[in-house]
Structures are given as C-alpha cells and as structure tokens.
Ligand binder design. Structure first.
Ligand code: FAD
Ligand code: SIN
Length: 535
C-alpha cells in the first residue's frame, strides 16, 4: 500500500516536531513516522536545558566564542553565529507554545551554567527540560490539521530515482532525487511505501553503538545509515561526546547526572576524596566535556577504580532538592542521598557531533533530502559540542529547514511513478535471535573497548577488523530473514560503527573529542573527516 504526502518527517523529537509544525503551517501535508511511542526520543530525556542569550549581562559574541572554543577549531563560524543569533526568537516560540522555563523567586528566568559557558545562559525546566519541550511540541502537532503522526513505523530505507533505475524503472537519473521511503509498521508487521518529494530526517543520535550510553534505545543511527546508503555525505563521525558524569551502577544503564549539577557547585573527587580537576584545566569542574571526561578516565586508570565521585553535599539540601528533583529522586532509588553524600559517576557515550552533512538550510546535497537535529552535522559543534547547544541547534535548524522545504516544494518535480512495493520474497523469520543478540553485544563492546575516550591506531585497526566481520554476518542476516526492528537497527549500527572507526583513522591528530596517543598534537589546519559512497 502506498501513501502520499508533501513531506515525510522521520522522528518525533525536538527536531522532527518543530520542523513539522512549521512546514505544516506553510500549508503542506506532513506525515511524521516514529519508530516507538511518540515521546520516546533523546529529547524527552534532556535535563540541563537550552543555551541561548537571553540575559542583559550576556551577549551573542560571548556565546559564539564559547562555542568556537569548545569546538576546538572545527566549527564553521558563520553557522555558529547564525544559530546563536537566531536562538532567542526560537526560544520565545517555545514559550508561546507553553514551555514554562523555570523562574527565580523574583520572576526572572532561572539560568543554569554548564561546562565551557562563560555566562549563565541555560534555560531549563527544573531538570526535566526535554520532557517539557517534547510535551508542548507534541500537543502542537497533534492538534494540527495538516499533520499525520504514525507511531511504531520504523523507516528502513529511502527510495531514490537511482535505486528505481537499478531495478529497471524509467526515471530521470540526473543526480539523486528522493521519492519516498519504506517503513516497517511494527503493529501489523508489514512494510509500507510512503511517497513524497521531500524527506526530513530527524532520527537523532547513535548512543546504542556503545556499551554504556546516556541515550535511550531509539538512538541507533538509522537516519545516518539511511542517508549514507542513499548517497549523502557523512562528516566527523569520530567526534563522539562522552558525558563526564553518568550515574555509576552495576547494571549497563547510565542515567545522566546533568552538568548543571557542577554548574551549581558540585565537585569531582577521586577515590581519595581529592578534588582533581584543577590539575587538568584552569576552569576546573566546568571545563568543556572532552577535557573533564579525559580527566576522569585518567583518574580511574591511575587508581583502578570503577568510578569517581561527584560531590554537591556541601550545598544546602533544599537547593539541591529544588533544583534537581528528578536527579535527586533517581539517586535515592539507587540508595544515594545526593544532598548528603557523593554520587558515583563515570563517563558514558552521550552525543554525536558528526552526522549527515548539511548546510544552513538543512539541505544534504541529495535533492529532496533534508536533515536536522542530532542526525545532522551543520558545523555548529565542530570537534566538541558546547553543553546545551544541541536543543538550540535543533529548533533553529528546524525553522530554517521548514523555510527551505517550502521553497523546494514550490518547484519540486513530482514524477508520476508508482513506487514499487517492498519485496520480502520467501524469507524466513529469523530463528537465530540468539546470534543477533550476540552481534549486538559484540558491536557495543568493541566500540566501548577500542574506540573510546582515549584511542590508538592499533586499537582502531583491531576494531575495524572486528566490525568488518560483523558487518558481513549482519548483512547476510539482513538479506536472508524477514524484516525485524532489531535487525534493522543492528544493520544501521554496524554501518555507523564503520563510519566512526574510518573517520577516526582519517584524523591523524588529537582535536576536541578525538584523542589519540599516536597523534597527540593538533595539525595546523583543521579539516572535516568524510565518509560517502564511492560512485
Ligand atoms: P531525538 O530527540 O533523539 O528524536 C529522534 C526521533 O527519531 C525519535 O522519535 C526516534 O524514535 C525516531 N527515530 C529514529 N530512528 C527512526 C526510524 N528508523 N524510523 C522512525 N523513527 C525513528 N542537549 C541539550 O542541548 N541540552 C540538554 O540538556 C541535553 N540533555 C540531554 C540528556 C540526555 C540524557 C541525552 C540522551 C541527551 C541530552 N541532550 C541535551 C542532547 C539532546 O537531547 C539531543 O541531541 C536532542 O534531543 C536530539 O533531538 P532530535 O530531535 O535530533 O532527536
Ligand atoms: C546535561 O544536562 O548535562 C546535558 C546537557 C547537554 O547534553 O547538552
């Protein structure tokens, strides 16, 4: 069965919802596909908040400079300026939609401070900012007459003129044009065909490629892998941000302890109880994340410990409980009263700074394919994202993307091609689930052990060999078994793993989040790493 729309949006986090609302307001029919329940996204778990210049003691130039400093030479300055300067208008729109940012007792907006920021500039809703934003945006799209939101539909692959030509269809073949996509409806266990001249990828991050991550299960790099298979260019995949402070427990779960906790005075201590950050950076506990994560890694290696401590017990109990109610409750569930005792923390994979290359209009270089949010690499974050700049980028780029898609649709070719149905053939249901779960495990462990905070060429090469073997095995499954979400995600993750390792081997220097013992210095000229299908 084929369904047709003006625009298909993959993902219902901040990027997908913000974009959909805007482009639907411009009169276009929009279908949002999302692979789980509508709110399930990285956005929903965001704690610290959104960075934007809203205080009279702050200014755009300071925010620009903080972003450029964190990005370690790899940011695109025009992109940084545009996103920083357009931020306040987009924040006001969130307020207009009903996001009630926390206020101080005197009625002024409460601004958090996080690592790398020279000013307090993080707007937040206590420590549940993402949930508040997600709820407000969902309400706006659910009531919009031009928007159809389909839950439990897992986008598999984009349909392009080139792919159709390969299967014998007569279609124009000047460049690559997007015609739609295939999506697996997990409720009815069927692959559906969706046709549209424009697709906006808002599929978020890739955290699940690592064993320990702050990201929920949806973060499997689907959009990056789909865009790559369609021919889009991917950039800077080695720039993986490890958040310094995830709650350490004996399980694989890594609940985030927001950087805003350090912004309110929390201190990192080693197993001897010593505050160690001054030895690593003059900004101490509020240095950019790459520096703090490496410092913790080094302290853990020195002492052989499984975690370090994050201590805010010197602050008044009431302040801690009022500012961080969600984190406080979660720690309490683990038996830790953070107002009275230090929290055991470890770094965990948190954010991808690389992704599908786009310009400042969310265009990917393939006609009709756009990308926005964590899936995209605009050049804002460079080699290391400044805290709380991700939600900012998503809302600004969603707005810009909507304007661009509106223009594109005015002139887009809409070829009268009936898209072919998905062919499943006589494939078997996968009866080898156990092997699939071993593959998941091996993939995540390989990335964690060999492509972590501190890298070497030898470890990267080992990881490369393992991933190549896994890739062959997983592709074999993909072609021989019926569609299944776990297999689709694994296929995407193994491609993402290959991109990370290949880009890491390309970068023969240490810059931002990519730190290798074999090339500890920075090269004089910063360049992006790239990964694309060779045509
Ligand atoms: P997401 O919000 O992750 O949404 C992706 C959507 O795509 C989901 O709906 C998902 O189901 C869907 N999807 C994925 N693949 C498919 C597919 N194949 N088919 C259909 N649907 C698909 N950033 C900040 O700026 N400030 C913060 O305070 C902050 N805190 C964070 C805390 C945590 C714990 C985490 C994990 C991240 C945090 N970040 C923060 C980062 C930020 O939340 C994310 O970068 C941002 O929310 C990404 O938004 P997005 O819309 O691009 O993707
Ligand atoms: C946090 O609250 O520490 C996360 C902020 C971010 O990822 O930008």
């Amino acid at each position: 069965m084929q369904r047709s729309f003006d625009v298909l949006v993959v993902g219902s986090g901040i990027a997908g919802l913000s974009f959909s609302r805007k482009v639907a307001d411009l009169g276009h029919s929009v279908c949002i596909l999302t692979k789980k329940e509508r709110a399930e996204s990285n956005t929903n778990y965001a704690q610290g908040g959104i960075a934007a210049v809203t205080s009279s003691t702050d200014d755009f130039e300071l925010h620009v400079q903080d972003t450029l400093t964190a990005g370690d030479g790899l940011c695109k300055e025009n992109v940084v300026r545009t996103i920083v300067e357009e931020g306040p208008a987009r924040i006001q729109e969130l307020v207009d939609l009903g996001v009630a940012f926390s206020q101080l007792d005197d009625g002024r907006v409460s601004l958090h401070k996080e690592g790398g920021h020279s000013k307090r500039r993080i707007l937040h809703v206590k420590d549940l900012t993402g949930k508040a934003v997600e709820e407000a945006l969902l309400h706006a799209v659910e009531t919009h007459p031009n928007i159809t939101l389909l839950e439990h539909v897992h986008a598999i692959d984009l349909i392009t003129n080139r792919k159709l030509a390969l299967t014998g269809h007569e279609v124009p073949c000047d460049g690559t044009h997007i015609l739609g996509l295939y999506g697996f409806d997990t409720k009815v266990q069927r692959v559906m065909t969706f046709a549209a001249p424009a697709v906006m990828l808002c599929t978020g991050g890739i955290g699940q490629v690592y064993l320990y991550t702050t990201n929920p299960g949806i973060a499997t790099g689907d959009g990056i892998a789909m865009a790559f298979r369609a021919g889009a260019q991917i950039r800077n995949m080695e720039c993986i941000q490890f958040h310094p402070t995830a709650l350490y427990t004996s399980s694989d779960d890594r609940f985030l302890i927001s950087e805003a906790v350090r912004g309110e005075g929390a201190i990192l201590r080693n197993m001897k109880g010593e505050a160690f950050m001054a030895q690593y950076d003059s900004r101490k506990d509020l240095a950019p994340r790459d520096i703090v994560a490496r410092a913790i890694d080094s302290e853990m290696k020195k002492s052989g410990s499984r975690h370090v401590w994050l201590d805010i017990s010197h602050e008044p109990e009431e302040t801690v409980r009022q500012r961080f109610p969600h984190i406080y409750e979660r720690c309490l569930k683990e038996g830790i009263d953070m107002a009275r005792q230090p929290i055991p923390v470890v770094p965990a994979m948190h954010y991808l700074c690389g992704g599908v290359r786009t310009n400042l209009h969310a265009e990917t270089g393939l006609t009709g394919l756009f990308a926005c949010g964590e899936v995209a690499c605009t050049g804002l974050h460079g080699a290391n994202r400044l805290a709380s700049n991700s939600l900012l980028e998503a809302v600004v780029m969603a707005h810009r993307g909507a304007e661009q898609v509106h223009q594109y649709l005015a002139s887009a070719r809409r070829p009268e091609v009936r898209l072919p149905d998905w062919v499943d053939g006589n494939l078997q249901d996968s009866d080898e689930r156990v092997i699939l779960s071993h593959n998941w495990d091996e993939l995540k462990r390989t990335l964690w052990d060999y492509v972590g905070i501190v890298r070497t060429t030898k470890r990267l090469e080992r990881a490369h060999t393992r991933i190549q073997n896994l890739k062959r095995e997983i592709h074999d499954y993909y072609w021989n078994f019926k569609v299944d979400p776990s297999l689709l995600e694994l296929r995407n993750l193994v491609e993402v793993a290959e991109m990370i390792i290949t880009c890491a081997l390309q970068r023969r220097e240490s810059r931002g989040l990519h730190y290798t013992l074999d090339f500890p210095r920075k090269l004089p000229t910063p360049v992006d790493t790239r990964w694309a299908v060779q045509r």
